[in-house]
Design a protein around this ligand. Structure first.
Ligand SMILES: Nc1nc2c(ncn2[C@@H]2O[C@H](COP(=O)(O)OP(=O)(O)O)[C@@H](O)[C@H]2O)c(=O)[nH]1
Ligand SMILES: [Mg+2]
Length: 380
């Protein structure tokens, strides 16, 4: 029997969890020696948190990744004190750490409206500076989405997420056969023979309507954002959340999970994802797995199984479908090896793309005159 079917491989780069930006304050204005006039200060560059933004949106909107504040006005007879240059605000999502290119922390943005100064404008020329303006601060900064774990488990209650976390790691989460057992993320560590460790977060139960903040809705979805890759966990036999709600097959569970993520933030569907089909020890599981795999090959043909508004616009393309049994341990070793490989692959692709960026910058594509080269330390 074929245990693993490779459905699709999605390239790195769809989900963005860090960005490097070039920031420069505005230059100061010239002073006016004849009348002792003072040039305006150049504008500052700030990073400001705003909920609706994602790093991916920023990257798409500003492919150059350069932000410069306005210059200070020169002192003139009409305005001896030159006007200050305009500040530049870079909008980022909350949950970001800002560092310089050497890894030195510049600040954190945790809540909507939080702001961090990343490049100061130059002072205007005055008597003390021989009426010459000071240069503005220019540097590379890095925005990193703070992750809670490498891998996030996404699944409806009872799919076996807590059991899987136990099977993979040394965590001892609460396991019970009723919904909503896990109320906050439980983080486990998967250990490898070469001492490498990978963290896995069992996230609070996702239910239909989570995007509308039903159940633990938003809290759950916020955590999903903060992981590098996702493991969708479904019960091969499907599930029924409550006696009043309809029975859902494993395929429908995948669709509903995708829909909830999509409605919250479409970008979440771009995260690398693996489908874990659990409870393969149950009778009839293999037949159901085959059926699920067929449905996943052409999901649009089976979209009539759910009400229209519950079908995701885009289907998640799983890197792998891995059948397991969290209880008997079947497939767990393979899963462990696979997630390691998948994270390593993405890490090396990310490093490659960083090198490409740096090389391009060294070739002089990005920094302008009077600014520092990429990668050097800040100066005022
Ligand atoms: N037969 C079988 N039952 C399982 C398996 N994994 C979990 N369960 C059971 O399913 C129920 C829910 O598991 P749990 O890990 O708490 O699910 P969670 O709500 O997704 O965290 C528990 O009764 C588990 O014992 C499995 O691989 N096979
Ligand atoms: Mg649980």
């Amino acid at each position: 029997m074929v245990w693993i079917s490779r459905i699709c491989y999605r390239k790195y780069g769809n989900f963005v969890d860090n960005l490097r930006l070039y920031v420069r304050g505005g230059s100061g204005g010239m002073g006016l020696p004849r009348l002792g006039g003072q040039g305006g200060k150049g504008g500052d560059v700030w990073v400001v948190a705003q909920k609706e933004i994602t790093l991916k949106k920023m990257k798409d909107k500003y492919p150059q990744k350069r932000f410069t504040a306005g210059v200070g006005a020169n002192s003139s007879v009409q305005a001896l004190r030159g006007q200050k240059g305009e500040d530049q605000e870079i909008l980022t999502p909350p949950g970001i750490t800002v560092t310089d290119d050497n890894g030195k922390a510049l600040g954190e943005l945790n809540h909507e409206g939080d702001r961090v100064l990343v490049a100061r404008g130059g002072l205007g020329g005055s008597y003390h500076s021989g009426f010459l303006p000071k240069k503005a601060q220019a540097r590379i900064i890095r925005l990193d989405l703070r992750l809670i774990a490498d891998i996030g488990l996404v699944g409806f209650p009872n799919a076996g997420k807590s059991s899987l976390l136990t099977a993979l790691s040394h965590a001892k989460p609460q396991i019970a056969s009723y919904a909503f057992t896990t109320l906050r993320p439980e983080i486990g560590t998967v250990m490898y023979d070469d001492h490498k460790q990978i963290s896995v977060a069992d996230l609070p139960g996702l239910i239909e309507g989570a995007h509308m903040n039903r159940g633990m809705g938003h809290q759950f979805l916020k955590h999903v954002e903060r992981t590098k890759q996702l493991l969708f966990v479904v019960d091969v036999c499907g599930f029924q959340l409550a006696s009043k709600t309809p029975f859902r097959s494993a395929f429908e569970a995948v669709q509903l999970l995708s829909k909830e993520l999509e409605l919250y933030k479409e970008e979440l569907l771009c995260k690398p994802a693996v489908l874990v089909v659990n409870k393969m020890d149950l009778p009839g599981a293999e037949h159901k797995l085959t059926e699920l795999q067929e449905q996943l090959q052409t999901p649009q043909e089976f979209s009539h199984l759910l009400p229209e508004d519950m079908v995701p616009k885009n289907n998640v393309v799983f890197r792998h479908v891995i059948p397991i049994s969290a209880v008997t341990g079947l497939g767990i070793t393979h899963l462990k090896t696979y997630i390691r490989q998948s994270l390593d692959e993405d890490a090396s692709l990310a490093t490659e793309s960083l090198h490409r960026d740096k090389l391009q910058a060294l070739r002089g594509v990005v920094p302008a005159k009077n600014t520092l080269a990429w990668g050097s330390s800040p100066s005022v």
